[in-house]
Design a protein around this ligand. Structure first.
Ligand code: SAM
Length: 333
């Protein structure tokens, strides 16, 4: 294959050591496939479902915080249109949620991720959006060891965020208490009182139950199916942090180190940063609670989670993999 283009003006990408290095390398190396190729993924049903869950979460918990925002930008296009609110997308990846922020009629998005290649792809995706309706700034940052102020100027951070979103990425912070605290500081520091912190993470209870159901003499601590596999390093872990497993998800994640998020511990820590729990739901319950909803039911058909007859696009293995995750929302007080 051809050598990648290297811009001599750019400083060399920062090297990350240890597990973080594995995570960064993995996400940087994943190609940014277009919409058409995405449709051919063997787990497109699951990917669509995850996207639908994020849309439900954003509509229910980010839209009200944005609507109540003091940041309003009037856009002088034919029909009077105004955008409201400011979002921090932490662990933004390749910018998969940019269209969701456009639909939320947001005024400004700040997006950060440790994987600099992904950040460049996210920026390019925003630039390629047809007449982007919001301002956006992108930066590479290890959000679990470095303050957000390292990535954005005081002027950029001057107006507080209405929403901080962390989708499928917060669990990487639970390698150590220092990282989890740095992450929470970054979430809370520039979020306005009344603002929303929302996200999606693996469901520790579910993962640990599966681990416990392995035979007591098992040395290979792996469970899963054809779509996903989880391999724990050890059965028990004394600390609330650093309980490690490797995660494989077909056509998405190749054996990347992740950490258990002990839920009650997370909620208690979040409270120390003024973040109070409003919502927590397993993905299967998000499905059953919203499938008949006047807005989210039809959205499920449009997002190809189910067909017009209500047939799921996921096979059983994908459906099982879907419930590894939970969605949450907190309010800053
Ligand atoms: N939020 C995006 C989405 O929903 O499509 C991307 C999710 S991807 C599964 C996880 C992301 O977390 C990756 O892009 C990864 O680089 C990012 N991540 C992991 N550790 C991070 C850290 N320390 N700081 C910032 N981002 C991190």
């Amino acid at each position: 294959s051809p050598e990648p283009d290297v811009d001599p003006e750019q400083p060399p990408a920062k090297k990350h050591a240890g597990d973080v290095g594995v995570v960064v390398q993995h996400y940087n190396a994943r190609p940014d496939v277009g919409v058409a190729q995405r449709e051919t993924s063997p787990i497109i049903g699951l990917k669509s479902f995850n996207n639908w869950v994020k849309s439900v979460l954003i509509s229910r918990f980010a839209h009200p915080a944005l609507a109540a925002s003091k940041v309003t930008v009037s856009r002088g296009t034919g029909r009077a249109a105004s955008s409201r609110g400011k979002v921090l997308d932490m662990g933004c990846g390749k910018g998969g949620d940019l269209t969701k922020w456009a639909k939320a009629r947001v005024a400004e998005v700040l997006a950060v991720d440790i994987a600099s290649v992904s950040v460049d792809q996210a920026r390019a995706r925003w630039q390629q959006m047809r007449a982007p309706t919001f301002d956006a700034s992108f930066a590479a940052l290890d959000c679990y060891t470095e303050p957000l102020s390292k990535a954005f100027s005081p002027a950029k951070l001057g107006t507080p965020f209405d929403v901080v979103s962390m989708q499928f990425c917060m669990h990487y912070a639970f390698e150590s208490i220092q990282k989890a605290r740095c992450m929470l500081e970054n979430v809370s520091r520039w979020l306005r009182p009344g603002g929303t912190f929302l996200g999606t993470i693996p469901n520790a209870e579910q993962l640990l139950q599966n681990l416990d159901s392995l035979p007591p003499d098992a040395t290979d601590l792996t469970f899963g199916n054809d779509v996903y596999k989880i391999r724990f390093e050890k059965r028990r872990h004394k600390s609330m942090f650093g309980h490690k497993y490797w995660f494989y998800l077909q056509d998405a994640v190749d054996d990347v180190p992740e950490y258990i998020v002990v839920w009650d511990n997370f909620v208690q820590m979040a409270a120390e940063y003024g973040l109070h729990l409003k919502f927590r739901e397993e993905f299967h319950d998000v499905f059953s609670e919203h499938r008949e909803h006047p807005e989210f039911g039809p959205l499920m058909v449009r997002m190809k989670v189910v067909d017009a007859n209500g047939e799921s696009a996921m096979d059983e293995d994908q459906w099982e993999a879907a419930n590894i995750y939970i969605a949450f929302a907190f309010e800053k007080r």
